[in-house]
Design a protein around this ligand. Structure first.
Ligand SMILES: Cc1ncc(COP(=O)(O)O)c(C=O)c1O
Length: 422
């Protein structure tokens, strides 16, 4: 019996999302057709090794990774099906924790080759060789973007092409091949539509999309891995900081650095994030929300927070550290700069000093996960400076509203930033 038959004949799929458990009949009683999944995607891996792996995962990892009593949804081109039954989830309780969904996307490529044969497979464990480049030498990148459900049922992505381009730039820095912009976009769309029922209702959150690019080929001596995997998984999310839109409290880190000139701070490589855990953990243990990093050369200039960019407001002027290779060129940052200029603010991308930070009227952070997050206080060398009267600053509130209304499709998108999926 081949992998396809095994998968087609298995009885049910059960997915747990922490709360809800759903079952579907093998003949597709609760499945509906996705208009998108019509051509290139099969729920079965083309590669026989991966078929075996999937078969193993489905049969033997029933409880820990959300797939049990395996039945893959066998999809024969040109028609594909995705589950449409409502998920049992408390949308009001969403935070930024992982919720397992139905499908993930994978696509492979050898060093010097091109990515091809992408496919959707049930969400679950992946098999990886202990000598994979990503495990041994950190050859990995990730991206983050969101899909929003609009009142009319349509689904919106926010500037996904920017994420595709940033992944390509990061891949170049990390000596990895990357999917083309078009492949990235098609893969994101397919993954979102296959997991459509996990997109929160309007106003309740979004579907966070996490594309990964990793050196999965085996390599012992230091060098680029011989094979790469592009993978996308998704999770419904609410607020990133437990504070929500309430102001966060940042600690300026003066000993540890996130990045250095000539390093990899400007790309979204996985090692940048492991490197901040120590400082972030220590700050959180003292009650701070996160850490603000300074430049490593003289510790006088702001860089960014662990997972977001920073803006400083003084009067009608908004300043944010310039992109010089040590901070991530945030897509939210870029969007907020345009929006603020459009609203009549003078916006400067320039070196921003700690003194400017301490004397600001208002400070806020930006990022896909954090959106626009007002900063209530900054602590620098034991001195705490607070902004406003503890509430959300006027500028932060205005930019937050304008950005989120655009992302959720509540206002006309005159910037042409949103992409409709249906
Ligand atoms: C280090 C870092 N800076 C900034 C950002 C904000 O980038 P974006 O607005 O593209 O999400 C992120 C988020 O991914 C990040 O990880």
């Amino acid at each position: 019996m081949d992998g396809a038959a095994v998968l087609a004949n298995a009885a049910t799929t059960t997915t747990t999302a922490g709360r809800g458990v759903r079952r579907e009949s093998a003949n597709g009683g609760s499945l509906s057709r996705s208009p998108y999944l019509t051509t290139n995607f099969s729920f079965l891996p083309h590669n026989s090794k991966l078929q075996n792996q999937l078969r193993f995962t489905l049969k033997n990892a029933p409880t820990t990774y959300g797939i049990s009593n395996a039945r893959a949804v066998r999809v024969d081109s040109p028609l594909s099906s995705v589950p449409s039954e409502a998920v049992d989830i408390d949308w009001d309780a969403l935070g930024f924790g992982l919720v397992h969904t139905d499908y993930m996307y994978t696509m492979k490529c050898s060093l010097g080759g091109n990515f091809s044969n992408g496919e959707l497979v049930p969400f679950g464990n992946i098999e990886i060789n202990p000598s994979a480049g990503v495990l041994n030498y950190g050859q990995g990148l990730f991206e983050g973007l969101k899909a929003y459900r609009r009142e009319d049922g349509n689904i919106l992505l926010f500037r996904p092409k920017e994420n595709a381009t940033r992944m390509m730039m990061g891949a170049e820095r990390m000596c990895m091949p990357s999917p083309s912009v078009d492949q990235f976009l098609q893969a994101v769309k397919a993954t979102v539509l296959a997991n459509e029922r996990w997109i929160p209702p309007p106003g309740k959150g979004s579907l966070y999309i996490r594309p990964l690019l990793m050196g999965t080929g085996s390599i012992l001596g230091l060098g680029p891995a011989p094979e790469y995997t592009f993978l996308i998984y998704v999770s419904p999310v609410g607020n990133y900081f437990k504070e929500g839109l309430s102001p966060i409290n940042l600690l300026v880190e003066t000993d540890m650095h996130r990045a250095c000139p000539g390093g990899t701070g400007g790309v979204k490589t996985i090692g940048n994030y492991a490197a901040v855990l120590k400082a972030q953990g220590a700050a959180k243990a003292k009650g701070f929300s996160d850490v603000l990093y300074l430049n490593s050369v003289n510790k006088k200039l702001l860089e960014e927070v662990s997972s977001c960019n920073i803006f400083v407001v003084k009067g009608n002027t908004i300043s944010t550290p310039e992109i010089e290779g040590t901070i991530l060129p945030g897509i939210t940052r870029k969007s907020i700069i345009d929006m603020a200029r459009d609203q009549g603010f003078q916006v400067f991308e320039k070196p921003v000093t700690v003194d400017e930070l301490l004397e600001a009227d208002e400070v806020f952070c930006t990022g896909t996960a954090v959106v626009v997050s007002p900063v209530g206080s900054i602590t620098y060398l034991g001195k705490r400076v607070t902004y406003g009267s503890g509430g959300v600053g006027v500028v932060s509130q205005r930019l937050y509203s304008e950005l989120t209304r655009l992302q959720m499709g509540l206002v006309d998108d005159k910037m042409g930033w949103t992409v409709e999926l249906k």
